[in-house]
Ligand binder design. Structure first.
Ligand SMILES: Cc1cc2nc3c(=O)[nH]c(=O)nc-3n(C[C@H](O)[C@H](O)[C@H](O)COP(=O)(O)OP(=O)(O)OC[C@H]3O[C@@H](n4cnc5c(N)ncnc54)[C@H](O)[C@@H]3O)c2cc1C
Length: 589
C-alpha cells in the first residue's frame, strides 16, 4: 500500500531561505506573499493530496476511464474529490483575480504541482490542462473571449485541453491537416481528427474548452501555416450560459500502460464551431505559451513521482529484513535491508537528486515570475531567456531521473516490487509517459542544443555559466563549502568545453552535434542541480545551529550528490565528444 507525506519542511525551507532572486523580490504584487501564507496554503495542499487524492491513484489504475454511449466516465471517486477540489479553489490558485483567481505565485504553486503529481498524476492532469488553457487564453485571447471563457475555467467548472497531435503528426506539427474554414460571422468551422488528447472528454466538468491547432485553406504549408482555435464542447451564449452541443465527438479512448485514470481521447471535429485565438498562422507561437509552462510542469511530475517512490522505498527498506550486513547489527537473524550499503546508496541517490531538483525548480519558479511580471522589460526578457534555456532541461532530466528513481524504488522492493500488491510498480508505469508527452525528451535536447544555446548569440548560456562562476568564487574562502565549490568548478569547466565543442562542430559536423544533444542536456542539468545545491549549502552552514538535524542531513545528502552523482558528467562528456562516426558508419540491414 503506497503512502505519502508531503515534504513540507523542505518546501518551506526553500520558500523562506532561498527566495533570493532580487528581481523576484521587486515584484510588488507579491510583497504580501509571506511564509505564513505559504505554510497555510501548503498545509492545506498536503491535507487534500495525502487524504483525498492519493487513494484515487489506485482507484484509477484498478478501474480506468471508460467510454459509454459517447461519454467518458472517470474512475470511482474522481467526481466527488474533483467537486471538493474546485470548491476549495485549487484550480484558481495562480490565476488572475480579475477572473476569479487567487494570484498566488509559482514559488508556491510549484510545490502544489509536485504534491499532486506524487498523489495521483492521472487526477492532476484534469486540472493541469485547464491551467494551461487559462494561460494561453489569458495571453492571446481577445477581451471578449477572456470574459466569456476564463471565469468558468478558473472556477474549475469548465476544463481545458490542448489538441495538437494527429495520426500522422506527432513531433512534426508541420504535417497537421485539421482544417478551419472562416464563416461570415467571423467564427470558423473545424474538421479533422486529433488523437491522444488528455482530458479530451470526461464527466468532471460542465464544459470542455479545446485549444486546437488547425490550418485555414490559404495557409502556407509547414509550421508557418498553423493557427490556434478555441472550440468549446458545448457552445457558450453571449451571456456566458451554455447553449447547444458543438460537433465534437469522442471516437475512442486509449488503453494505456499507466495514468489509466486520465482519459486519453481520439477527438473528431466535424465542422465544429471555433474562434481564432491570436494572429492567423501564428498559432504555434500562441500554443507555445501553454506548452512551455506545461513542459516545466511535466518536469515537476517526474519530481513528484520520484518523491513518492523514494518515500515508499525508504519505508520498505526500514521494515524488510534479509541477510547480514557488513556492520552486522543482529547476532541471530537477518538485518534490515537499509543496513546493506547498496540499498543505502540507492536511497541516497534518490534523495540527493530529488532535493536538488526541488531547489532548482524553486529557482526556476522565481525566474518564471520575473519573466511574466517584472516592470522592467530588459529584466523581463533576460528572465524569459533563462526560462527558455532551462525548460527542456527540467522537462527531460527530471522525467528521466523519474524513470531511474521509480525503477530503483521497485528494485528495493525485490520481487514484491514487480507484483501489483505493493503498488510501487504503478509509479514506474505512470511516470513512463512523462519523457514522451509535451515534446519527446530527445527532441527537447535537440531544441536545447540547436536553438536555445544560440538565443542572443549564445549570450544566455554564457551569462548562466558566469553566474555559477561568481557563486563559486564567492565560496572559495568559505572553508566548509570550498570542497563543493571546487568540484562544481571542475564540472562547470567541462560544461564550458562541451559548449565550445558544440559551437565548433555545429556548422561542419552537424551529426556530431545531433549525437551529443542528449549528453549535453544531462551535463547542463547536473551542473544546474549542483549550482542549486551550492546555494542550499550556503544557507545550511549559516543556519546549522538552528535546526541541526535538518541541516546536517542536507550536508550529507549534498556530499553524496557532489561525489556520486555529479561525476556522471565525465561519462556523458567523453561519450559525446567521440562524435558520430560510430553511429553513422553502421548500416542497419
Ligand atoms: C498518454 C498520452 C497523452 C497525450 N496527451 C496529449 C495531449 O493532450 N495533446 C496532444 O496534442 N498530444 C498528446 N499526446 C501526444 C504526444 O505529445 C505525442 O505522442 C508525442 O509528441 C510524440 O509524438 P508521436 O507519438 O507521434 O511520436 P513521433 O513524433 O512519431 O516520434 C517517434 C520517435 O521518433 C523520434 N523523433 C521524432 N522526430 C524526431 C527528430 N526530429 N529528431 C530525432 N528524433 C525524432 C521521437 O523522439 C520518438 O522517439 C499524448 C500522448 C500520450 C501517449
Amino acid at each position: 500500500m503506497i503512502t505519502y507525506n508531503a515534504p513540507i519542511d523542505d518546501m518551506i525551507f526553500l520558500f523562506e531561505k532561498l527566495r533570493d532572486n532580487k528581481h523576484y523580490n521587486e515584484i510588488k504584487k507579491y510583497n504580501e506573499i509571506n511564509s505564513n501564507l505559504a505554510r497555510d496554503i501548503l498545509g492545506q495542499a498536503a491535507k487534500i493530496t495525502e487524504n483525498l487524492i492519493l487513494p484515487l491513484a489506485k482507484a484509477g489504475d484498478d478501474t480506468p476511464c471508460v467510454l459509454e454511449n459517447g461519454v467518458v466516465r472517470t474512475p470511482p471517486g474522481y467526481k466527488k474529490v474533483y467537486e471538493k477540489f474546485i470548491q476549495d479553489g485549487w484550480t484558481s490558485l495562480t490565476c488572475d483575480p480579475k477572473y476569479g483567481g487567487q494570484g498566488i505565485p509559482k514559488t508556491i504553486s510549484i510545490f502544489f504541482d509536485e504534491m499532486l503529481s506524487s498523489a495521483s498524476l492521472s487526477f492532476k492532469l484534469y486540472s493541469e490542462l485547464s491551467v494551461g488553457a487559462y494561460n494561453c487564453i489569458f495571453c492571446h485571447g481577445s477581451d471578449s473571449i477572456k470574459k466569456k471563457f476564463l471565469p468558468k475555467i478558473v472556477e474549475g467548472k469548465w476544463s481545458g485541453t490542448m489538441c495538437l497531435t494527429e495520426p500522422i503528426c506527432g513531433t512534426d506539427l508541420g504535417l497537421l491537416k485539421t482544417k478551419a474554414i472562416e464563416q461570415k460571422d467571423g467564427t470558423y468551422k473545424l474538421s479533422g481528427q486529433k488523437i491522444f488528447i488528455t482530458s479530451g472528454d470526461h464527466d468532471l466538468t460542465e464544459n470542455i474548452i479545446h485549444l486546437v491547432l488547425a490550418r485555414t485553406p490559404d495557409a502556407p504549408s509547414g509550421t508557418k501555416g498553423i493557427s490556434l482555435f478555441l472550440v468549446p464542447k458545448i457552445q457558450v451564449k453571449e451571456d456566458g450560459s451554455l447553449g447547444s452541443k458543438n460537433k465534437v465527438s469522442t471516437g475512442s479512448i486509449e488503453s494505456k500502460m499507466g495514468i489509466k485514470g486520465s482519459a486519453t481521447c481520439v477527438l473528431n471535429f466535424d465542422e465544429s464551431i471555433g474562434y481564432m485565438i491570436g494572429p492567423k498562422n501564428k498559432g504555434l507561437n500562441s500554443m507555445f505559451t501553454m506548452m512551455n509552462l506545461e513542459r516545466i510542469v511535466v518536469g515537476i511530475q517526474g519530481l513528484g513521482i520520484s518523491e513518492i517512490a523514494y518515500q515508499n522505498a525508504l519505508i520498505y527498506a526500514k521494515e524488510r529484513k534479509q541477510g547480514k550486513s557488513n556492520n552486522n547489527k543482529t547476532t541471530n537473524g537477518a538485518d534490515l535491508i537499509i543496513d546493506h550499503v547498496d540499498i543505502k546508496r540507492s536511497l541516497l541517490n534518490m534523495k540527493s537528486i530529488i532535493e536538488g531538483e526541488r531547489a532548482l525548480s524553486f529557482w526556476l519558479a522565481q525566474q518564471i515570475e520575473v519573466s511574466l511580471y517584472h516592470s522592467n522589460n530588459k529584466i523581463k526578457q533576460e528572465a524569459t531567456d533563462l526560462v527558455s534555456l532551462m525548460t527542456p532541461v527540467v522537462k527531460s532530466l527530471f522525467t528521466e531521473m523519474g524513470m531511474e528513481i521509480t525503477s530503483d524504488a521497485m528494485q528495493i522492493f525485490g520481487g514484491y516490487g514487480y507484483t501489483k500488491d505493493q503498488g510501487i510498480e504503478q509509479l514506474y508505469r505512470d511516470n513512463r509517459i512523462t519523457p514522451i508527452y509535451e515534446g519527446i525528451n530527445a527532441v527537447q535536447s535537440i531544441d536545447l542544443v540547436f536553438r536555445k544555446l544560440f538565443i542572443s548569440n549564445g549570450h544566455v548560456i554564457e551569462q548562466y555559466i558566469e553566474s555559477i562562476r561568481k557563486e563559486i568564487k564567492k565560496n572559495q574562502s568559505e572553508i566548509k563549502i570550498k570542497p563543493f565549490a571546487e568540484k562544481l568548478n571542475h564540472y562547470l569547466e567541462i560544461l564550458v568545453n562541451f559548449t565550445n565543442w558544440i559551437k565548433t562542430n555545429i556548422k561542419e559536423h552537424k551529426d556530431n552535434v545531433s549525437a551529443a544533444c542528449n549528453d549535453y542536456l544531462k551535463v547542463l542539468g547536473l551542473v544546474a542541480i549542483a549550482f542549486s545545491w551550492l546555494k542550499v549549502l550556503e544557507v545550511t552552514y549559516k543556519e546549522l545551529k538552528n535546526n541541526k538535524k535538518f541541516f546536517e542531513n542536507k550536508i550529507e545528502t549534498a556530499n553524496f550528490f557532489f561525489n556520486r552523482v555529479l561525476p556522471r558528467i565525465d561519462a556523458y562528456y567523453n561519450s559525446a565528444v567521440s562524435g558520430s562516426k560510430y553511429i553513422m558508419n553502421f548500416k542497419f540491414d
